[in-house]
Structure formats: structure tokens, C-alpha cells
Design a protein around this ligand. Structure first.
Ligand SMILES: [Fe+2]
Ligand SMILES: [Fe+2]
Length: 182
């Protein structure tokens, strides 16, 4: 890791961290969309993939604004959340409703992580008087907050369905869950 000795360098370091995390998530989200058998959850993952691609472009614009080349720095935080998912899926062989519930939890943890990261980045951009960066990072932060809200409402609905004796309404067929989402 390069030396970080000033608030500006810390800002760039944290940008590189999120640049890594967002790029990693573009590989994870299509997989989550396939794993989810709940239609609404699968669609939420696909929609957030599109947003994540835009978030990466926003981060690239922030780098350019600072005169920096966009660069990713490995982010163990996001890798940890991903590993937790991979281990759970592999070890428990959970499927259907239980897997969907697990996925909403994993998604909520990811969004909370991103919200914390972008909140810090927006504050730093503001302190460094980088107006364009503030706007771009705020757009990303807004999308993460919206995504968290929709994941939380899906989770609530699932828990209600589970306590009402598991409705299969809105569920994709097992075969359907293996096809790529539309
Ligand atoms: Fe993101
Ligand atoms: Fe996100």
C-alpha cells in the first residue's frame, strides 16, 4: 500500500477501495439475481447491477476531477461479505425461501457497508471543497440508500409470507431460477 500522509491521499485511498468494491459487485450481482427464486428480489439485484455500473462511471469521474487515474485497491470488507455468502451457499445447500432470506441479509449488509463508505467520502469531498465529487458521490449514496430500503421491504414481505405458512406466489420455478434474469 502506498503511503497515506494527508487527508487528500486518504480520500483517494478510500475512492480506490470503493472502486474495487463496486467492480467486485458487478460480478457478484448477476450471480445473486440467478440464485434468488423470489422474482422481486431477483429483479432488485438486476436493477442494482445497472446502478452499480453507473456508480463505477461516477467514481471514474471523481478520479479524473482529482487528476488521478482510476485505480482499484483490494477491499477486504467487501471480500469478507462475499466470502460469507459463498461459504453459506456451499456449506448449507440452502435453497428456495431460506436462501432468498439469506440473500436479503447479505444484500442489506453490503448496502450498509457502501452507505458508510459513501457517507465518509461525501464528507471528505465536502471538506476538500470538491463540489463535483460531492455531487457524484451523493448520487451513489442515494442509490445505496434506496436499494437498502427496497431490500428491507422485500425481507419484511418474505418473513410475513414465511410466518403465514410459506406462499409460493411470486416465486420463480426451480428451472426458472437457473436461467438468467430478464
Ligand atoms: Fe454500489
Ligand atoms: Fe449497493
Amino acid at each position: 500500500m502506498a503511503q497515506v500522509t494527508s487527508p487528500e491521499e486518504l480520500f483517494v485511498h478510500e475512492l480506490q477501495d470503493m472502486y474495487y468494491a463496486e467492480n467486485a459487485l458487478t460480478k457478484v450481482l448477476p450471480q445473486l439475481a440467478q440464485e434468488a427464486s423470489d422474482r422481486e428480489l431477483s429483479r432488485a439485484f438486476t436493477r442494482h447491477l445497472k446502478e452499480t455500473e453507473k456508480q463505477i462511471r461516477n467514481l471514474e469521474r471523481v478520479f479524473q476531477d482529482l487528476g488521478e487515474t482510476p485505480q482499484a485497491h483490494p477491499c477486504p470488507g467487501i471480500e469478507g461479505i462475499k466470502k460469507e455468502h459463498d461459504d453459506f451457499v456451499q456449506e448449507t445447500k440452502a435453497s428456495g425461501q431460506v436462501l432468498d432470506m439469506f440473500l436479503t441479509g447479505a444484500a442489506a449488509r453490503t448496502e450498509h457497508y457502501e452507505i458508510a463508505a459513501y457517507t465518509g467520502l461525501v464528507s471528505k469531498a465536502r471538506a476538500l471543497k470538491r463540489r463535483d465529487a460531492v455531487e457524484l458521490l451523493q448520487e451513489n449514496l442515494r442509490q445505496e440508500k434506496e436499494t437498502l430500503k427496497s431490500v428491507e421491504s422485500i425481507s419484511k414481505r418474505m418473513l410475513k409470507e414465511a410466518s403465514n405458512g410459506s406462499s409460493t406466489a411470486g416465486r420463480r420455478s426451480r428451472a426458472g431460477s437457473r436461467r438468467s434474469p430478464r
